[in-house]
Structures are given as C-alpha cells and as structure tokens.
Design a protein around this ligand. Structure first.
Ligand code: FAQ
Length: 332
C-alpha cells in the first residue's frame, strides 16, 4: 500500500476527496442493498471503518488459535485431538480470508500485523482468558463459536462485498465448530460427577466473557450508528447479544448445567430471557490490554512472527529467483 497510511487504530486508505455525486451514488447503492466492491468509490471513513473492523476480526481469528492450541497435546482422545487440530486450522484459514478481504481496501498484511504486534489494533476480548481445563476447549466451541456465529450471520449481509462473502464460508465452518464444542460439553456433562463439575466450572468462567464478545451496550457503542447506516453492521450489539442468550439458555438446560446468572429468567411479555448486568469494568479492562492473558497472547504472536521470518524471506527469495529466471528466458 503505497498511497495509504495506517492511523493510530490501524485504519488506512488513500486520501480520497469527498465528492457529492459519487457520495450520492454510494448512498443509493447501499440503501438498495447493493454490494460495494473494492474498485468502487467509497467514503474515506467507510474504508477506514472496514479496515478497522475486518483487521480486528482477522486478528481475533489469529490470536484465537492460542487458547485452544494450549490443549492440542493434551486432548483426551485421538478423535478429540484430530477435531481440535482441524478446528484450529480453520481459524487460521478464517484469518487469511479476512486479511485478504482487508487487503482489498488498500492496506497490506504486514501493516495490519505490525499494528497487532505493536498493540495498536484490537482483537476480541474473549481470547484473553485462560484455558485451564479440557472443558474450556468444549466451552470455546459451544459458547465462543456460538457467539461468533450469531454476530457473523448478520455480517453476511454487510454492504462490503468481499467481507460479506468471506462470512458465508466462515459461518459454515463456525457452525461445525459450535456443534463439536456442544458435543464435547455434552460428553462431560453426562460423564462422571468430576467431569460434570468441570463442565459447570467452565460454563461459569466463559459465560460472561462470551456475552462481552458482542461489544459494549448500544448506548456506549460509538461506532454503531454510522456502521448501521452504512449497513456494515446489520443488527445492534444488544440485539445480537439477546439472540445469543435466548439461543443458549435452552442448550445449557439440556446439558443439565446452570447458567451463572441469578437474574436470568424468561420474560413472557418480552418473549426473551432477561439477564443480569455485564461487568463493563472488566470488559474495558480486557479491551484496554489488562486482562489475564493479554500480554502472554501478544508475546506469543510476536514470537511466532519472528520465528517465521525465515519462511517469509525464503518465499520472497524464491519468487525473485523465479521472476529473474523467466526474464532471462524471455530475453533468450
Ligand atoms: N473485544 O462501537 P463498538 C471468533 C471495541 S471471531 C475487543 O461497538 P463496533 C472466531 C471496538 O473494536 C470474534 N474490542 O464497535 C473464533 C471499538 O474499538 P475501537 C471476533 C471490542 O466495531 C472462535 C470499541 O470497542 N469477531 O470468535 C469488543 O461497531 C473460537 C467500541 O465498540 C469479530 O470481530 C470486544 N469484544 O462493534 C476464533 C466480528 N467489542 O476500534 C477462535 C466483527 C467492541 O474504536 C476460536 N466485528 N470492541 O478502538 C464486529 O462485529 C464489531 O466490530 C463488534 C464491535 C461487534 C465486535
């Protein structure tokens, strides 16, 4: 990206002058549910917002491999290990689709990764919690992938074409992730008393952080109004969170597990579950880099990046050698 620079939040893009005529055409296309494609004119703020959101989303998939990776060598059976490995590889694939989608907006992968490694770009708060037991791997599949799907199904209708299309495949894969997590949780919940206790403990620790994945409440969400108007976001943080609660409570009931929320109850009038207040102090603490695992996660990513430097250098050297060879052949 030669003509674009990253701002402090990882936003980028060439300086495109606002143009009322093009702006009106853009607004009309978005209003008519048309897709915006990479070569189309778009407001500079639309581009920056999408680079921020898509790159944060990519970083979440990328960092999100770490908590589960912690259990690959300790999965209880060969079958569980094979499934877990496949799932983690899927997350790496999701990061790649998403980095690719963000690149179509004129930011390079190296710039996005620098922003992550320097702590300038965010990634989902959920991945800053530790995976203490095997049940946490099950809980991630059931709850974290479950929450991710609810959010991402809505993003399939995002106005930016490459992001919306990436979401279609990602949702299919997340759906398999959620099912395998629920199935692993069921094995524990229906197992020995110790296994059931482990499942319950895991639900107790992951429930509230999963609700935080949907972001701040609508009244405290600075980006929501503009993102909804541009149809980047199709449903509000609170509406999606409510959908996740309504969907997940019966699943916990079926497992015979108890939600760690004394205020949780069905509200006949609303047709939804009421639930307790989220600890927003904890949310912002984690988002600002001070959760239990923030430092460890970033260090792990930086180390992996440094260790992979020789691969990137070798790939570039190989590409240069091939290019030089074809030039020489063409000159013969
Ligand atoms: N964590 O005004 P809003 C997954 C930030 S994928 C950290 O509401 P917006 C797969 C937000 O960025 C999970 N930061 O912002 C998997 C903004 O910060 P900024 C990731 C958060 O964008 C499963 C500020 O707070 N999914 O799990 C969080 O309109 C298992 C104000 O917030 C996505 O990224 C948070 N939870 O709405 C992988 C989906 N929430 O930039 C491995 C795409 C908010 O102003 C294993 N993203 N913030 O400094 C979105 O849908 C939206 O960006 C939201 C936030 C809903 C996350």
């Amino acid at each position: 990206m030669s003509d674009a620079t990253l701002d402090s939040k990882g936003g980028a893009g060439p300086a495109v002058a606002d143009d009322p005529k093009r702006r009106a055409a853009f607004d009309a296309r978005v209003a008519a549910e048309g897709k915006v494609e990479p070569r189309d004119w778009m407001p500079e703020q639309y581009r920056k917002t999408l680079i921020r959101q898509i790159s944060q989303h990519a970083h979440s998939e990328y960092v999100g491999m770490l908590p589960e990776g912690n259990w690959v060598t300790r999965a209880p059976t060969l079958r569980r290990k094979a499934v877990l490995l496949a799932k983690i590889q899927d997350e790496a694939g999701h990061a790649l689709y998403l980095y690719g989608a963000a690149e179509t907006m004129g930011v390079s992968r190296a710039e996005m990764l620098d922003a992550l490694h320097e702590g300038k770009a965010k990634y989902s708060s959920i991945f800053n919690y530790p995976t203490l037991t095997w049940a946490d791997v099950a809980a991630i599949g059931w709850l974290v992938d479950g929450a991710a799907i609810v959010n991402q199904v809505a993003l399939q209708r995002c106005s930016y074409g490459p992001y919306a299309r990436a979401m279609v495949r990602i949702c299919k894969e997340e759906s398999f992730h959620q099912r395998q997590g629920y199935e692993a949780m069921m094995a524990l919940a229906q197992g020995s008393p110790d296994q059931k206790k482990m499942a319950q403990d895991s639900l107790n620790r992951w429930w509230w952080p999963s609700l935080m994945m949907f972001g701040p409440s609508d009244r405290d969400s600075p980006h929501s109004a503009q993102n909804m108007a541009w149809k980047i976001k199709r449903e509000s943080n609170d509406d999606l969170r409510q959908r996740f609660v309504d969907m997940t409570v019966p699943q916990a009931d079926y497992l015979g597990l108890t939600m760690p929320d004394p205020d949780l109850k069905w509200n006949e009038e609303r047709g939804h579950y009421d639930f307790g207040e989220i600890d927003w102090d904890e949310f912002w603490r984690v988002v600002k880099g001070n959760g239990v695992c923030n430092r460890e996660r970033l260090q792990a990513r930086r180390d992996a990046h440094d260790k992979g430097a020789w691969v990137r250098e070798a790939a570039v050297a190989h590409a240069e050698k091939r290019a030089a060879r074809s030039l020489a052949q063409a000159a013969e």
